[in-house]
Design a protein around this ligand. Structure first.
Ligand code: COA
Length: 264
């Protein structure tokens, strides 16, 4: 594929595509452009009959710091329709990645936070550096993990979500493996070799059978529906326009404590 992107680095190696989130200055946080590019990439990857596997990683020091909080905060200045439409585009992006007919393997190093954890959740196999940090930090920012919720809940279940969505606490790669978000935790030096081993496994699988097995998982385990996508998109669109949401995101960007920060 010779499509070029602003924030994605796409490199083809035989039947495998390496997709790197390439916005290291903001720790690969994604805004509307990154979302559109990922959706466009997923569309062309899904149509590419020669593609057998894809690897998703992040340039620089982390996998992804999740949603770009400058972008999220800006949405409050839009009309509600625009705000919801924008959030739906994000939901559609996660959906397109989740539905890819080829295995999507995440190579997570540094951190995967908020929507970055959501990106890991739509991957079929997640290999994490033992030092990587995870977290559904949204409530600490006055917002909620909305559009990623259907994909994350399908991976980690309600119990872990209740603890982690409500505390917003950061957690280790080992914990991420315990709750089903991550499949392999390895020292940094073994990250690439472990990803390669998974790629070799899936290259040995019949491509149509593999795609059918992946589709079956969704069919058997009730997946995110268009109605649910609208519910989650409206939930984040409304939330990021609230005073709490605005205050929380601004506090992060200004590197100060949010106004609700309390101590025991
Ligand atoms: N949205 C927008 N900007 C972000 C961002 C985000 N999600 N995450 C990081 N950035 C920006 C920072 O504001 C900073 O900008 P500056 O250089 O203009 O000051 C830059 O990226 C580097 O961030 P910094 O925190 O200094 O990097 P770090 O390497 O010390 O830490 C993280 C990396 C990912 C651990 C840290 O940035 C972080 O915790 N980010 C927030 C993640 C989060 O809670 N995301 C949930 C969003 S839904």
């Amino acid at each position: 594929m010779s499509v070029t992107f602003e924030y994605l680095d796409v490199r083809r190696e035989g039947a495998v595509e390496h997709v790197t989130l390439n916005r290291p200055d903001t720790r690969n946080a994604f805004n509307e452009t990154v979302i559109a590019e990922l959706t466009r990439w997923a569309g062309s990857a899904a149509a590419d009959r020669t593609l057998r596997a894809a690897i998703l990683s992040g340039a620089g020091t982390v996998f992804s710091a999740g949603a770009d909080l400058t972008w999220m905060a800006r949405m409050a200045t839009q009309t509600r329709d625009e705000n919801v439409r924008d959030a739906l585009a994000a939901a559609e992006c996660f959906e397109a990645l989740d539905r890819l007919p080829v295995p999507l393997i995440a190579r997570v190093h540094g951190a995967a936070l908020g929507g970055g954890t959501g990106l890991a959740a739509v991957c079929d196999v997640v290999v994490a550096d033992e030092g990587a940090v995870f977290g559904f930090t949204e409530v600490k920012l006055g917002i909620i993990p909305a559009v990623i919720a259907p994909f994350v809940l399908a991976k980690i279940g309600r119990s872990a979500a209740r603890e982690l969505f409500l505390t917003g606490a950061r957690f280790t790669a080992t914990r991420a493996r315990e709750i089903g978000l991550v499949h392999a935790v390895v020292p940094s030096a073994e990250l690439d070799a472990t990803v390669t081993r998974y790629v070799q496994e899936v290259l040995g699988a019949a491509p149509d059978a593999l795609a059918a097995a992946k589709a079956l998982i969704r069919d058997v385990w009730t997946g995110p529906s268009p109605e649910l996508m609208r519910v989650t998109a409206e939930a984040i669109a409304d939330r990021r326009a609230t005073r709490e949401g605005q205050d929380g995101m601004r506090a992060f960007l200004d590197k100060v404590a949010p106004p609700w920060k309390a101590t025991t």
